[in-house]
Design a protein around this ligand. Structure first.
Ligand SMILES: [Zn+2]
Length: 348
């Protein structure tokens, strides 16, 4: 496949994945259910939308997706009637609000959403040849939802393609997994990310820094580079996380106010945990003299100073405890307990 075709799909750094999907589309070997796995921000949604455009594009087969026909443009704008991108925001807007008058903030994709999808997929596409449901992400299905979804996966109408997105295979129940064609998207190398950013006019220092911080998530890097407010917010977050990790007062706030608000602000907590994990990893690298590989060069000097006072084994234990906290939270251990246990393992 030519490089321009990969570009037309709007997916950067996953040429092999795009090639095999494009080949399948061209040969008419389209699966009715796909499961795309990979870390958030590597381009999973971009791939799903590329597939949607390739399937419903109105141009000659060899030029699909053309990105300029009505179908391609509608899909890119999110206004194609046969291509549905279902996520938590969609659920709030389309299912929760009309039903209850207000949006309820849920943490999972509800049985009501699955019922809606089941009915919608049973109706033929309005404009396109194919009807696509893209679910981002499938790990958010509530407990009873996958079973309700199975029938659709087992007997999809001939025009239907369901694309499930998840971080890893473990996030999706075996029954769903076994009925989907699996597409694994790895992370994108930081060289490709840096080159992509540079090609879009991001200055070199910034591109290098973002490429490193992205840890393979190219969509994340592109979003960051385009948004000065997100960049500023990120810098603030790093400073805050640095205080939390390295000062007694910061740790008190983790055991106190952060633990108290954990259930209301779960996403914010998980984000903080990813900063803390990154900082402890950086501390280890700096202690080992590997300054080039740090993810947060913004605070590297101060972090190196902090790390110098601690044994490598202490830093390693702190990193391990922080990762452990994430898995505890995912296993529904009480946040107060998980956070306290984590902080107790952090060296003073
Ligand atoms: Zn097109």
């Amino acid at each position: 496949m030519s490089a321009s075709a990969a570009v037309r799909w709007g997916v950067i750094g996953h040429d092999d994945v795009v090639t095999s999907l494009a080949t399948a589309v061209a040969a008419g070997r389209v699966s009715h259910s796909y499961l795309i796995t990979g870390p958030q921000g590597v381009g999973r949604t971009a791939l799903a939308l590329g597939l949607a455009r390739a399937l419903n594009c109105e141009a000659e087969p060899a030029n699909r997706p053309c990105n300029s026909c009505d179908a391609c443009r509608r899909i890119s704008r999110g206004s194609h009637p046969d291509v549905l991108l279902v996520d938590m925001a969609w659920q709030e807007e389309m299912i929760e609000k009309p039903r209850r008058g207000t949006a309820q903030s849920r943490r999972s994709l509800s049985i009501d959403t699955v019922r809606f999808l089941r009915q919608d997929i049973a109706t033929r596409p309005m404009h396109g040849r194919w009807k696509l449901h893209i679910v981002d992400d499938a790990s958010r299905f509530s407990n009873e939802a996958p079973d309700a979804f199975l029938k659709t996966l087992e007997e999809p109408p001939p025009y239907a393609v369901i694309v499930l997105i998840a971080s890893s295979l473990d996030d999706v129940s075996e029954t769903i997994r076994s009925r989907c064609r699996h597409i694994a998207m790895g992370t994108v190398s930081s060289d490709i990310i840096r080159a992509t950013l540079a090609a879009r006019g991001v200055d070199e220092a910034q591109a290098t820094q973002l490429a490193r911080a992205a840890r393979g998530r190219i969509a994340w890097a592109l979003n960051m580079a385009n948004d000065a407010r997100m960049l500023a917010a990120r810098r603030e977050q790093i400073e805050l996380a640095f205080e939390q990790v390295t000062t007694p007062l910061g740790r008190v706030s983790i055991s106190g106010v952060i633990a108290r608000d954990a259930s209301r602000k779960r996403d914010a907590l998980l984000e903080s945990l990813s900063y803390w994990t990154g900082l402890w990893r950086d501390a280890l690298l700096l202690r080992a003299g590997l300054a080039d590989d740090v993810v947060y060069p913004e605070v590297a000097d101060r972090l190196a100073h902090f790390a110098r006072d601690h044994d490598i084994s202490d830093l390693y234990r702190a990193l391990w405890a922080t990762q452990r906290c994430v898995s505890d939270l995912n296993a529904n251990v009480q946040a107060r307990i998980a956070l306290h246990a984590m902080v107790m393992q952090w060296p003073g």
